[in-house]
Design a protein around this ligand. Sequence first.
Ligand code: DHB
Length: 309
Amino acid sequence: SLKAKIGQHRFNNVLLNAAGIRCATTDELTKILHSTAGGCVTKSATPEPREGNESPRMKATSMGCINSMGLPNHGLDYYLKFAEENQGKNDNQVLLSIAGLTVAQNLEMLHKIQDSSFNGLTELNLSCPNIKGESQIAYDFEAVRDILTKAFKFFTKEIGIKLPPYFDMHQFDQIADVLNDFPITYVNSINSIGNGLVVNADTESVVIKPKGGFGGLGGDYVKPTALANVRALRLRLKPEIAIIGTGGIKSGRDVFEHVLCGANVVQIGTAFGFDGVPIFERISKELKEIMAEKGYTSLDDFRGKLKTL
Ligand code: DHB
């Protein structure tokens, strides 16, 4: 089977959508919950609704996509209500993603969640690359320690951290040292590779409008970086911290690779944007076929068992 678990939460399927794509409205979220996916992740919320950046703000390419959405969302109350009403039915989990623009905003949202009837997983996004003038919080290790120290003074529910990609072995050591000091339930690696630039040689132009064309990359561009982050963190984090693998998944084979690197659950962003909810059934089927060929009956049979040479 493709069942999976994170903390106390069971997932009837290892596949989820990744925050940001086709998950901003209750209609889109309900479609995911009714699909083969093991649950849904909500568009990262801010305390108040936001329009986001100017258009065009997302562009598909042959290898994936570039975006600078700027956190367009309906505000925390909207997603929290959906999460309270739909949490955990039939092992379909609702993950509530939040992305405050400041520490204070994140703490304000965590207080609201703490005081609510939502008992699912909250995904604290410390890695949005597209807010003008703001940096990706999780590249500042002491800032991560500060926010987690403040959060765990009152937050008693389960929390995961959405991380940006790291590119240096010393960064893996440093972020793991911080995260291992807290009772977090999972990390999610990776968010988009921030501030890439897609250039159109025909028009001699950038392809999205915000920030002079710079934006987060997803899709084929990011898979090896995602696998490296899942693997490097699995080797460094304490075993109680689960890992959600996100980045470059568009086939059952890609999921298999993420699980080999240590992923407990995976999320699909760019390819879900291209294909919509049918992707969950297709990839589930592909993954089951690979597992059957190899004689594996559960994800536990090969999770984290990547061989080195
Ligand atoms: C956006 C993009 C991200 O990669 C993210 O983590 C949060 C928000 C966005 O631009 O909306």
